[in-house]
Structures are given as C-alpha cells and as structure tokens.
Design a binder for this molecule. Structure first.
Ligand code: MG
Length: 245
C-alpha cells in the first residue's frame, strides 16, 4: 500500500473511532463566536442596519460619470434613469466583495428587440457585468439575456417581469485574488437572485465580460459599482451594499 493511501485509511479509521465515542449532542454544538445581530429591513428590499446606501431616490451624490465628474443621469420619482449619451455612472467609493441589492426597470414602451431592448448592466468591481435587459418575450443569445453573466453564464431560469415593472437583483460578489506577480490565483464568484429567484448559483467568474473576444484577467483591487449606458432609458432605484470581509 502506498504511504498516502495508508495515511488516508488511518485518518478515516480515526474519524470513525472519534465519531463512535460521541454520545452527547452538545459535543457538536458550536457557541463561540456568536454571529453579530443585523436588523432586517421592514421589507425584504429595504436596506438592513449595516448597509451602505448608494441611491435612495433623492440624488446622485454617491455617483460620478466615467471621468469622475457629475453623473449625467436623470433623477425623478425616486429613480435614476439613463440619459443616452451621458455614459456610465459609477460609485465614488470602491468596493471589494459585496452583497448588493439593486432594483431596475426597463421602459414600459417596448422599442426594438434583442440586445436593443432595455439594455443596461450592473458591473461588479467595475468590470464584471450582470446583464440588465428586457428579456420578457424577447429572445436573444442566452448568455446575453437578463441575469446572464455577460457572455459567460446564462441564467438558470428566466425570472423577468414584464417591461415597465420594477425588478430586483440581489447579488453576492466575491472578488478574485491575484498574487504579487498579477496572476489570478483564485477566481471571483457571483450568486444572483432575481425577483427572489436563484438565477446564478455561485459561478466562477472567467474574467472580464467584453462584447467582443474572450474574458481577460487583469490584476485588480477594489473597484466601483458601475451601471451601463447602452442607449436605452433603463431606471434604477433602492441601491445598497453590504461589504463582505
Ligand atoms: Mg448590458
């Protein structure tokens, strides 16, 4: 028998022996440390007590345009809306791994089709896109429809509401890790829940999400949350994050 298999057998025997010795259920209870209390919001969409509020419907103080100047999107009726040609908006703060809540709405008046209908996007770390699109009765490539990790992973299901209705994304993003030479040593991951429905289950991010070409893996640290101007008047509201240590 090889040394490694012998050691494996020994550890398995030790495991079963220890297990057989345990008669008290308390022996497997863990009491310390105790997870800290976070007060849930009144509804599932309201920010919890430790959230950083990025947009509460009143102003774009937390946001800038791509050049770092004032964001050009319109704020009205508690929402921010893409103004075609003003470009992306991004948070002034940088984030690493986060839990993100964001609500979005594609225009009630259906214009165009495929990728041209209600297109925007939520970019984690500024470079990894969770697609925003009116994918209600609007076929396009599956890895480019709403809730896809753009050009990498199609959503598990199509959880879209009709155009003109508010929809939610709850996203858990764990950023990738790079070594000192700038080589990726651990992939980032994404979990996405759309309107309360699991659509991306802890997928491994392959890299950036370009329109053309393959994912790239430039070394990076924390980055902004970025929302795409794809020329369609998509709206956002109630945006908050919780940083994950
Ligand atoms: Mg997009």
């Amino acid at each position: 028998m090889q040394r490694t298999s012998f050691l494996f057998l020994c550890s398995m025997l030790a495991y079963f022996y220890l297990d057989a010795q345990i008669k008290d259920p308390k022996a497997t209870e863990v009491w310390e440390p105790e997870p800290r209390v976070v007060t849930p919001g009144a509804t599932t969409n309201a920010p919890p007590s430790d959230a950083i509020i990025l947009f509460d419907g009143s102003n774009l103080d937390e946001w800038s345009n791509n050049d770092g100047d004032a964001a050009g999107w319109k704020v009205a009726d508690g929402a921010m809306t893409v103004v075609k040609g003003t470009g992306i908006v991004k948070t002034k703060r940088n984030f690493g791994s986060v839990q993100l809540h964001i609500e979005w709405r594609t225009p009630a008046k259906v214009v165009s089709e495929g990728q041209g209908r209600g297109n925007s996007g939520v970019f984690l770390n500024g470079i990894y896109e969770v697609q925003v699109l009116d994918s209600y009765n609007n076929r396009t490539y599956s890895n480019g429809q709403a809730a896809s990790i753009y050009k990498q992973y199609m959503p598990l299901v199509n959880a879209c509401k009709p155009p003109g209705e508010w929809q939610t994304y709850d996203i858990i993003y764990m950023q990738p890790k790079f070594n000192k030479d700038g080589i990726k040593v651990q992939s980032g991951t994404l979990t996405v829940i759309q309107n309360g429905i699991l659509v991306q289950n802890n997928i491994e991010i392959k890299g950036t999400t370009p329109y053309i070409g393959l994912p790239k893996n430039p070394a990076h640290e924390d980055g902004p949350l970025l929302l795409q101007d794809h020329g369609n008047p998509v709206s956002y509201r109630n945006i908050w994050v919780r940083e994950i240590d």
